[in-house]
Design a protein around this ligand. Sequence first.
Ligand SMILES: Cc1ncc(COP(=O)(O)O)c(C=O)c1O
Length: 390
Amino acid sequence: MGCVGVGADARPVTADRVSPHLELDLSAVRHAYRTMRNALPGIELCYAVKANPHPDVLALLAADGASFDLASVGELDLCLLAGACPERLSWGNPVKKVTDVRAARAAGVTRFTTDAPADVDLLAREAPGATVGVRLAVGDDGSATPFAGKFGATEDEAVALLEQARTGGLDAAGIGFHVGSQQRDPEAWVRAIDAAARVAARLGEHQPRELNLGGGFPTLHAGGATPDIDTCAAAIRDALAAHAAWWRPRPFAEPGRVLVADAGVLRAEVVLVAERAGRRWVYLDVGRYQGLAETEGEMIVYRLRTPGRGGETGPVVLAGPTCDGDDVLYRHAEVRLPLDLAPGDVVEFLGAGAYTSSYASVGFNGLPPLPTTVIEIPEEGGIDHHTRQH
Ligand SMILES: Cc1ncc(COP(=O)(O)O)c(C=O)c1O
């Protein structure tokens, strides 16, 4: 008889005791979507699937009328499975393979974002007649996770790209931008809309008729005030109004984080507490590789909760469980946890519904990807639980 391992049986079986796990409240996703829709009436919202591609999130948003922003064939398949129709899908990733464009066309997707001449050529060849929007490089100061020059055309390049698209047989319909994720400065959208308007003005009779406002809408984390969606929406509305006398494009947005972050609580467990060189280190069973990728460079500092431990707190270095030196969540940020925190205690990361489960590695150090427990609080109270791993 072979060796019998403990395997999955070693993990607790009750959904809410699997550690670590992400608990995602679908009613909070619905609320965030409707709040944004009300704040930006008449603006199509294309959910950026990468933020959290859980099938229940996609199905809920599809049923509520959302459109979707895609980055890959995998996301395309998930959206179709969730019931989204191809006319509501927009391929927002400017970096595409030939096979991506072919798969998108075969599925009936007709909207693409581009930012480079070779990509315009690819679209003209593989998706003739498709609707394309050019992504401008805009200032992303104020973003917690800036793109730092990875994407986007200058204004001169954008004019040339739209002309290249039009003469290449594409529908050169749009101009757009992304002001950087977790963007805390509403003026970033104002400056970017002004830049898009300058491009539109230069195109005369071929003015773009669509304006992609991108994502970037921020959510609450530790260490710093964030404008709410109404504040961002007011800045956007004013900026659009400033050009409306001569340019009235159809605006759409690609929100990711803001629709799912607040719906998620990541529940983890303390594994070890140790003193090292005069600092208290707390090691958790979740880290950089099980979903907390946005702690890299301490870009996102989550709000933490320690249910059942309410005593005196002290500063800690917070670390993940793997044998990797990079797997430290916070060394510099001021993180304080109860002094009596001990192995087995729960630590909760709030606002963790975005860019967590989708970032988890498939098995670094043998640790599984972060499972998601979906809950929905019905009108009459009570909680429905189910767990699925993605
Ligand atoms: C093209 C595109 N659109 C939208 C988003 C969503 O951004 P956010 O989650 O900041 O709203 C991203 C995020 O990286 C993106 O790359």
